[in-house]
Design a protein around this ligand. Structure first.
Ligand code: PLP
Length: 354
């Protein structure tokens, strides 16, 4: 961030802060007063602005709507114990955003725009960063294709936007999840590793079907055989098997989660053995039955660590240990939160303090 970018700032006439109840924050519904946007045309990003959050005019012909050139990210800003603001591992999210962009034939967003856009937005909306324990400001970068053209080809124009939404602690009820063996989320050579809109669109119908059966989430399996566990679709999956942390390796069908990486790194530092490899459904089901699988949890920015309480597979329900007894995952979750909130040393330089 050497060069300081020219960002035009337009303040909202009135803040919506006073009308916002921070004790009632459904995820992703309440937006802060401002947003950041940048526009891509003629091969470059320009028109960098912070402006009041609100509608962005568009043609109904924009290619994002028709052909799905749209990507996003998710990261969080935390108010630390000393009052300072910390954005956690923003570099990782920037890198991944550009990986998604590359796969979707979209232009990269320069690091300066990503980072200075976040800094400018947090500066103007600082009061939207909650200070209660377990709260944070979720930052949603998004890029979408804006050519008003119905031919199928990569768009030549794009909008990049940053939105922020204050969030409370995610619900920490242990999840009841279903191992999905009919529908698939991603396939080899596809776009599963990218945070691109279509991956989530295609999961909605199977998810709704599982919800009807009483499940909170799906566990996706590989498209070819349905024998291997991939991830949860908005979070990665980590198991504790015989005291080791075991997680499906990252591949073209599995998103490389920042939380996953963070947890594995912290576990290794704490002397816990970590295995990244293919994980079969059979291993997990048998392991629950014989007691070697003692913990299963979802790891993602939104939820951090969410314990899985029950796993449904082919009509049977397998119950895991009481989350209160899961010392390994709760210990790592605490270490992670202490770093984010500035309660313990950030030895690995993950915090970007603004
Ligand atoms: C965002 C996401 C995750 C979690 O990634 P984090 O970087 O930890 O937030 C996992 N899987 C999918 C499909 C995702 O979109």
């Amino acid at each position: 961030m050497n060069e300081t970018l020219d960002i035009t700032i337009t303040q909202a006439d009135q803040s919506r802060l006073t009308g916002t109840d921070f004790s009632q924050l459904p995820f992703g519904k309440v937006f802060s007063d401002h947003m950041f946007i940048a526009e891509y045309k003629d091969g470059e990003w320009s028109n960098l602005q912070v402006l009041p959050y609100g509608p962005i005019p568009m043609s109904p012909a924009i290619s994002a709507l028709h052909y799905g050139q749209a990507i996003f990210e998710g990261l969080k800003a935390y108010r630390q114990a000393n009052g300072k603001i910390n954005v956690f591992r923003a570099d990782k999210n920037h890198e991944r955003f550009n990986k998604s962009a590359h796969r979707m034939a979209m232009p990269a967003i320069p690091r300066e725009i990503f980072m200075q856009g976040i800094a400018a937005l947090l500066d103007i909306d600082e009061k939207w960063i909650p200070s209660q324990d377990g709260y944070s400001l979720y930052i949603r970068p998004v890029m979408y294709a804006t050519d008003p053209y119905l031919g199928v080809r990569a768009s030549e124009t794009y909008t990049f936007a940053l939105l922020t939404t204050p969030t409370g602690p995610y619900y920490s009820q242990p999840l009841k999840v279903k191992i999905e063996t009919e529908y698939t989320r991603a396939d080899d050579g596809g776009v599963g590793f990218a945070k691109t809109a279509g991956n989530y669109a295609r999961s909605l119908y199977p998810f709704a079907e599982a919800q009807k059966e009483g499940y909170d989430q799906l566990i996706w399996t590989d498209a070819a055989t349905h024998e291997y566990i991939e991830e949860a679709g908005t979070a990665n999956l980590i198991f504790v098997i015989n005291g080791k942390l075991v997680t499906p390796s990252v591949r073209s069908t599995v998103l490389d989660g920042v939380t996953r990486d963070t947890i594995l790194t912290l576990a290794k530092k704490a002397g816990i053995e970590v295995e990244e490899r293919r994980v079969s459904v059979k291993e997990i089901i048998e392991g629950i039955n014989d007691g070697s699988v003692t913990d299963a949890f979802a790891a993602g920015t939104a939820a951090t660590v969410t314990p899985i309480g029950e796993i449904g597979y082919q009509g049977s329900l397998y119950k895991l240990s009481d989350p209160a007894s899961r010392t390994i995952s709760s210990g790592i979750a605490k270490t992670l939160n202490d770093i984010r909130y500035g309660l313990s040393e950030d030895e690995l330089g993950w915090n970007w303090t603004i």
